[in-house]
Every structure is written in structure tokens, then in C-alpha cells.
Design a protein around this ligand. Structure first.
Ligand SMILES: Nc1ncnc2c1ncn2[C@@H]1O[C@H](COP(=O)(O)OP(=O)(O)OP(=O)(O)O)[C@@H](O)[C@H]1O
Length: 314
């Protein structure tokens, strides 16, 4: 399948400053693709190049197979870009605001009525359509902003830090809307600092640092990355002290640590001596009741810290 976004060896300079330094990655159709990197990594610059707001200097950028250098209109018609800061027309009602953008796209009155009703329903904002934008919470304003980029029914959504400044409930609700958009067949490219949420939300991810790609591929492959000493997360049907004692003397168990605030334990192992199957069998042979057993995935935060350099880039 042809990628929706295909970036090859792109370097971008602002005067002498190298914002992008040979970045390359691809985004598959209908995926929810996370774009993660520390401050100054080049995320916004990349998004602006993809949505044709900046002209590429070197390398190749294709969106829907079109080169961004010579197919600006064809690309813009099919994308929705939500910048990291937005200026809203705060004196308008939600309805007026969305209707205004639909009119800017050239839709007639009948089409606009249908489109605005659709995007309000999709973002669960129909109950607020007559509210003034200035009176809405940040979470609600963010939803209006998302509704606005949906007005032209884009195939590709480019969202720059959409969850920043939102409280946990507003974030979870936003993520649910993004999942719904993917179910509708749209491709969602989302830049964020909120790593743990991206891990749950996205099926693929690109990690950038100082203008370079550090990882690009399936989220699972990043998190499943083999560590030298695999860790299993286990919950047995006994109290915590007995749980820890249950591992005594099993060859290959290097450490058993209780998890703070939870009744599970984390079991570090030597893969030369035991694997997950072996560990399970040993526990069953000892008459243990196993309530939960899983391979502990590397957290995205850990992967991120491993792949990116220390210090803040200005
Ligand atoms: N218009 C500009 N002129 C000069 N330098 C710029 C300009 N835009 C970005 N930069 C610099 O390019 C680098 C990449 O910036 P960019 O905004 O793309 O990073 P980012 O990953 O989006 O960062 P953040 O997470 O902080 O928003 C930074 O060092 C930034 O200071």
C-alpha cells in the first residue's frame, strides 16, 4: 500500500539553524501515527512541510503520492491541519464559526447545514452550538478546533499537540474522537509530548530528535524491544509476601519486586535459564493460582529516553 505521507531525507534550515537534518519516515493509510520528540526536535517544522505551509529545501516529501512542491492545491483539499496554537474567532458562536469555515471552502447553504451538523455530532458538540467560543473551556475549544479541520472531510488529519493543556477527562475524550476518526478510515498524524497516551492510542510511531529520525515503525515493535533481562508481570492468588516467596529457588529468576500500589509483582529473569512459559509452568507446579501473567512491555517513556539525547534544544 502506498504511504499517505512519505518523507525522504529532508533537511530544513532556518538561516544557519538546522531544524531538520535528513529526516525520513512513512505513514501508512488509515493509521493513527504518533510523532514524538523533545522540544525543538523539528515536529512543527515537519508538520508545516507536510501541510504545504513551508516549502521544502532538500529531500522529497510526498502526500497521497503527490509531491508537495508542485501539488499544493491537490494536497490541501484532502488534509486538515490543526496547529499547536490557534486563534479562534472568540466572539462567534460555535455554529457561526464552523459555518464560516464551511463557507470559506465554498459549500452552499444546504451543504453547510449538513456538514456543520455532522462535525458537531462527531465531536459531541451539538449541545453547545449556540454557545460563544470565548465562554468555552479549553477542552471544548480544542474540540471546536478539531471540528473545524473536519469541515472539508479530510482524508489526512495533521494534529500538532492536540492534547496540550487539556485535563485528563478532556484528553481521554479527545483520544476517543481520534479513534472514531480512524474507524471512519481517516489517517491521523498526531504530534504530542504525552507519550503514555500515544502508546495506547497509536498503532505506529516516529520518534525524532534534533531533526533526525530515531525510530519509525509499529508501536508494538518499539515497546516489545528485547531487553537483556526480560521482566514479567505476575499476580498470584495469595498475599504479597507469599507471592514473593512463591518464586524462591526458581532457576533464572533474578529479582522479584512488588509494584507500588498494586498487588502484582515484577519478575526479572535470565533468558538463558528460563522463559515465560517455563516460569508459568514452575508456578503451576508449585500449586500457585495465577490471576494475571504478562510480559512487561518497555514503556514508551523508557524507549523515548533511550533514543533521544539529554538536554533541551532551543
Ligand atoms: N521560523 C523559525 N526561525 C528560526 N528557527 C526556527 C523557526 N521555526 C523553528 N525554528 C527552530 O527549529 C527547531 C525545530 O523547531 P520545531 O518548532 O519544528 O520543533 P518542535 O519539535 O515542534 O518543538 P516543540 O515541541 O518545542 O514545539 C527549533 O530549534 C526551533 O527553535
Amino acid at each position: 500500500m502506498e504511504p499517505i505521507i512519505d518523507i525522504q531525507n529532508v533537511t530544513h534550515l532556518f538561516k544557519q539553524h538546522r531544524a531538520l537534518d535528513g529526516i525520513s519516515f512513512q505513514v501508512a493509510p488509515k493509521s493513527l501515527h504518533g510523532f514524538v520528540g523533545p522540544n525543538g526536535a523539528g515536529k512543527t517544522t515537519t508538520l508545516k512541510l507536510v501541510c504545504t505551509l513551508l516549502k521544502p529545501q532538500t529531500g522529497s516529501i510526498k502526500v497521497f503520492g503527490y509531491d508537495v512542491r508542485d501539488s499544493v492545491k491537490a494536497i490541501r483539499r484532502r488534509i486538515g491541519y490543526m496547529p499547536d496554537h490557534f486563534s479562534m474567532y472568540r466572539q462567534m458562536t460555535v455554529f457561526e464559526y464552523l459555518d464560516f469555515f464551511a463557507a470559506a471552502y465554498g459549500f452552499n447553504l444546504t451543504e453547510r447545514t449538513r456538514i456543520v451538523a455532522d462535525v458537531l455530532a462527531l465531536t459531541d458538540m451539538d449541545g453547545r452550538k449556540n454557545d460563544l467560543i470565548q465562554g468555552l473551556s479549553r477542552g471544548m475549544q480544542q474540540r471546536v478546533s478539531l471540528a473545524r479541520v473536519l469541515v472539508n472531510d479530510p482524508d489526512l488529519l495533521l494534529l500538532d499537540e492536540p492534547a496540550s493543556g487539556l485535563d485528563p477527562r478532556a484528553r481521554i475524550e479527545l483520544m476517543e474522537i481520534l479513534r472514531e476518526l480512524r474507524r471512519m478510515g481517516k489517517t491521523v498524524f498526531i504530534s504530542s509530548h504525552i507519550l503514555s497516551e500515544l502508546a495506547e492510542l497509536c498503532d505506529s510511531v516516529t520518534i525524532v530528535d534534533r531533526g533526525k529520525t530515531k525510530y519509525s515503525g509499529p508501536m508494538e515493535a518499539l515497546l516489545d524491544h528485547q531487553t537483556e533481562q526480560p521482566v514479567y508481570r505476575v499476580r498470584l492468588g495469595s498475599d504479597r509476601d507469599q507471592q514473593i516467596a512463591a518464586f524462591d529457588g526458581i532457576a533464572g529468576v533474578l529479582a522479584v519486586d512488588p509494584m507500588e500500589g498494586r498487588s502484582d509483582v515484577r519478575v526479572k529473569t535470565d533468558p538463558e535459564l528460563i522463559d515465560g512459559n517455563g516460569l508459568l509452568q514452575q508456578l503451576l507446579a508449585r500449586g500457585q493460582t495465577i490471576i494475571a501473567f504478562s510480559r512487561d512491555q518497555r514503556q514508551l517513556n523508557e524507549a523515548f529516553m533511550d533514543l533521544t539525547e539529554r538536554g533541551v534544544r532551543t
